[in-house]
Each structure stands twice: as C-alpha cells, then as structure tokens.
Ligand binder design. Structure first.
Ligand SMILES: Cc1ncc(COP(=O)(O)O)c(C=O)c1O
Length: 474
C-alpha cells in the first residue's frame, strides 16, 4: 500500500485512533508464515498469532483466494432475509467436529459478540421454557470473556472494568482452578474440584441460575492452565442437576489451538467420557484472522426452544451476522488445517514447544524470573514471580509482563502479556501461541529470543535490586 509522503511516525501522527496511545506502533506491511514484516523491513516472529488468532500462519494464499472468490460471488446478504451457501457448509463442518449433541451454529463477528449472544441465548431459553426467574450467570476469576458490557460483566478483568463498573451487570464469580497457585489444596480445593460452583449455586438459589460460563483451558486469564481431571465431569453433573446451562467459551482455544479441535475434548479422556456443553463459543482462530468471524454452537434442544417461542428466533441482532465472506474464510482455514494436518501438528510439535519453553526456568540470565511454564499444544503460558519458592508475584508497578513483551518486540519477537491473575491486580505472564505451522527450527529461534528478552528484563530491573513486592496470595 502507498503511504502518504512524510507520514512517519505513522501510527502516532496519523488519524487512526489506535488501541495504545502511549507509544508509536510499528506499521506491519506483510505477513508470511510465522513472520511479520514492518515498513522498515524489520522481521518479527509472531509467537502469539496476533492475539491467539493466526492459527494457520500469515499470508496463506489458498485462504486469501477463497475470500476473494466469495466476495466476488456474494459478499453479503442480511441474515434475517436470506441464507447463504458458505454459512450452511460451515455449520455442517463445525457440527461434525463438535461433541455429539451440538447441532446448530449461529455466526457473528467477534468473540465478545459470541459470548454476548450465548448468554442471551441461555436467558431466552429459560424464559421460553417457563423459568423466567433464571437470570443469574456464574463465571470464574481469573476469567476473560470479552469487552462488550455483558461479556465484560462476566470477566474478572479489573483494569477493563474499573471505568464502567456502574454499567456492568452482577455476575457471580467463583475461583477458577489454577493448579500453579492452588498449592497443596486447602483453600483452593473447592476451586479445583468444582465444589465452588456447587456452593455458588446454592447461595444464589439453584432455580435462579441461568448459566455457568468458563474457558475450558485458561487463555488470557489463568495463562494456559489446565483444570484437573474430573473437573468438567463435575461441572456437567452440577449444571444438569440444577437445570443450569454450561457455556464453554472456546473463543481462544477452539479450532485446534490446544491440539484438539476444542479444549473441552481433552476432558473426554480425562473425565471418563465426552463433556458436552450446552453452548460453545468460538472466534479468533476459527478463520485464522483472515476475516472477522465468531460462532455460537448449541444443542437441538435449545434450538427447538428458540424456534417454538413467540420471538421466532434468538433475540440478538447484528448486521454482519451469518456473513458469507467470513464463513468462506473459515471454511478455507479449516480445509487448510485438514490438508496440512495442522491440529495433529499443534499436538505433536506443540509438545516440543512446551518442552523447550520449560527450559526457560532453568537456563539463561532471566531464568529466576520464571515461576512456571505450562500449557498444552500450541498454547503455553510462562508466569513470572518475584520469589519462586513462595510464588510471590511482582508488584504490578514493575510491569514485568509489559517489559518482557517490549523486550521481545525490540528483539523481533511478538508475545501476548497478561496481568492480574495472581490476586486480581498483581501477576505477570506471557502467552506463547504461535501459528501451528511453526517449525522446530523456528521453535528454537522463539525460545532463544524469549530467553534473551528475559535476560534484558532481569538486567533492567537489576538482579540485586530491592524490588517492591506484595504479600503472597498463598
Ligand atoms: C475466552 C475468550 N472469550 C472471548 C473473548 C473476546 O473475543 P474478542 O476479543 O474477539 O471480542 C476472548 C478474547 O481474548 C477470549 O479469550
């Protein structure tokens, strides 16, 4: 693209209202595989797929062609008046990959929209089956489900919530299972076993609860933490006993990120049989970032209840829902994943990624910063702590996660920061979630760049510096 002359620094002086206004953002002009290139030719290894989105890598011609073909054939019709072939085919494809019982797919653009619609779907379902008193939603902390007001209400994300607290709805929060910080159980036991959910339901009044929403494997919340075996079987059982819908938010983990199509699929083996959520949300990697698309998947029972009600469908309207080009991009992305066995690759090469990342805690001048490395498939989290024995987090004031990300960018490595998971305010980690196409040599490059970035941060904060710390959350 031709830029106007003398436009530098473009992302600071131009007319775009960017997300970060306190620094100039590099302008990226091209992506290829796991690499991004800026306007000056600097190369970045995209170790987080943008925001855990670029599952199949950048610049995949087959997907670009499919998007172009669909845009030239039929770009848009309104979802209230017409169906279209790509959404029909995509719904078939997704249902075929979903746990048995999931039969229908509703398409939107962003993950937040999908969560918003999923929660509305849960509420409308209960109202239409004659239980209008069910309005309470239970979610987990740490947990993240998006930034529109209902999705944000269900998210334990203090810095995003702060300004808008007066507008948020009450969502009951329970502790998320968080093995690294659970220690030798004790206080954390209810969170790890699912008892916390049972207690929250009893407290709210079981007949008043509409839904429980959770990320099956932690994304930008508990940073790639896996709840223990048995957890989701218990969640499913508790929800069934009380007539509550279980919403699995797979916006980040869906479409293969963890080495299975859905993160909840890992629990079929761990929990002694498939766990079938009532509603599944997807987004991000569903179309690899090529066109915005998200999905809400649900069961025939919930769908039939929508059909039978007086409203004639789900009361959620968005102009760009059921978008033909978005669906074509997702179909091409899923086809590309199949043709190149990328989900199997996310599992096998992902195991190598996990193993190599674990060496960060023992090797390098910044190793002492690394309290834990965990994850599965192509989703990993590295958590940084001031004291590895007590797991005491760094003071938020030190901005360790942000420093690691900045050091990475300097070196040409893109990481995703996360904060606040240790106690709501403190806690620093980075997510590593590269395209599934990453090669073993590129994994070595990623790990070396991350090790050097940690050394930069260790040097910057001073290894002998008396760092301000906070009380251990235990
Ligand atoms: C689990 C989960 N749900 C929902 C969302 C919101 O998605 P979006 O940012 O596309 O609105 C995110 C985004 O990070 C997410 O990780």
């Amino acid at each position: 693209m031709d830029l106007p002359p003398n436009s530098a620094p473009y992302s600071f002086g131009g007319h775009v209202f960017y997300r970060k206004l306190n620094r100039a953002l590099p302008i990226i002009v091209r992506g290829e595989g796991v690499y991004l290139f800026d306007e000056h030719g600097k190369r970045y290894l995209d170790a987080c797929g943008g925001a855990m989105v670029a599952n199949v890598g950048h610049g995949v011609k087959e997907i670009a062609d499919a998007v172009g073909r669909q845009a030239g054939t039929l770009a848009y019709v309104n979802g209230t008046m017409f169906g279209n072939e790509p959404v029909e085919a995509l719904a078939d494809t997704l249902v075929a990959r979903s746990p048995a019982g999931i039969e229908k797919a509703y398409f939107l653009s962003s993950g937040s929209e999908a969560v918003e619609a999923a929660l509305k779907l849960a509420r409308q379902y209960h109202v239409q089956r004659g239980q209008p008193e069910r309005s309470i939603v239970i979610a987990r902390t740490p947990g993240y489900h998006g930034n529109t007001l209902l999705a944000l209400s269900a998210s334990a994300r203090a810095h995003y919530r702060e300004l808008f607290e007066p507008w948020l709805l009450e969502v009951r929060m329970i502790d998320a299972p968080y093995p690294y910080r659970a220690g030798p159980l004790g206080d954390a036991a209810p969170a790890m076993t699912g008892d916390a959910l049972q207690e929250a339901i009893e407290q709210a009044g079981p007949s008043k609860v509409a839904a429980f929403i959770a990320e099956p494997i932690g994304g930008s919340s508990t940073g790639a933490s896996l709840p223990p075996a048995g957890y989701y079987a218990r969640v499913r059982d508790i929800c069934d006993r009380h007539g509550i819908l279980f919403i699995a938010d797979e916006v980040l983990t869906g479409a293969g990120r963890t080495g299975k199509f859905f993160a909840i699929d890992h629990y079929a083996a761990r929990d002694g049989g498939p766990i079938v959520p009532d509603i599944i949300t997807m987004g991000k990697g569903l179309n690899g970032g090529y066109v915005a698309l998200s999905a809400v998947l649900t069961t025939a029972r919930i769908f039939e209840t929508m059909r039978e009600g007086k409203y004639g469908g789900l009361m959620h309207a968005q102009t760009y829902s059921h978008h033909a080009v978005g669906a074509a991009a997702a179909l091409a992305t899923l086809r590309y994943m199949d043709d190149h066995h990328l989900i199997e690759r996310a599992a096998s090469v992902g195991a190598r990624l996990q193993e190599r990342l674990r060496s960060l805690s023992s090797d390098g001048r910044g190793a002492h910063l690394v309290g834990d490395v965990r994850g599965v498939g192509m989703l990993a989290g590295a958590e940084f702590v001031a004291d590895r024995t007590t797991k005491q987090p760094f003071s938020r004031a030190l901005k360790i996660a942000e420093r690691v990300v900045d050091a990475g960018l300097q070196r040409g490595l893109v990481l995703w920061p996360n904060t606040g998971h240790a106690d709501g305010v403190n806690g620093d980690l980075v997510l590593v979630a590269p395209p599934f196409t990453i090669s073993e040599a590129q994994i070595e490059e990623l790990v070396a760049l991350l090790r050097d970035s940690l050394a930069d941060v260790a040097a910057a904060i001073g290894e002998s510096l008396q760092v301000p710390t906070v009380a251990s959350p235990g």
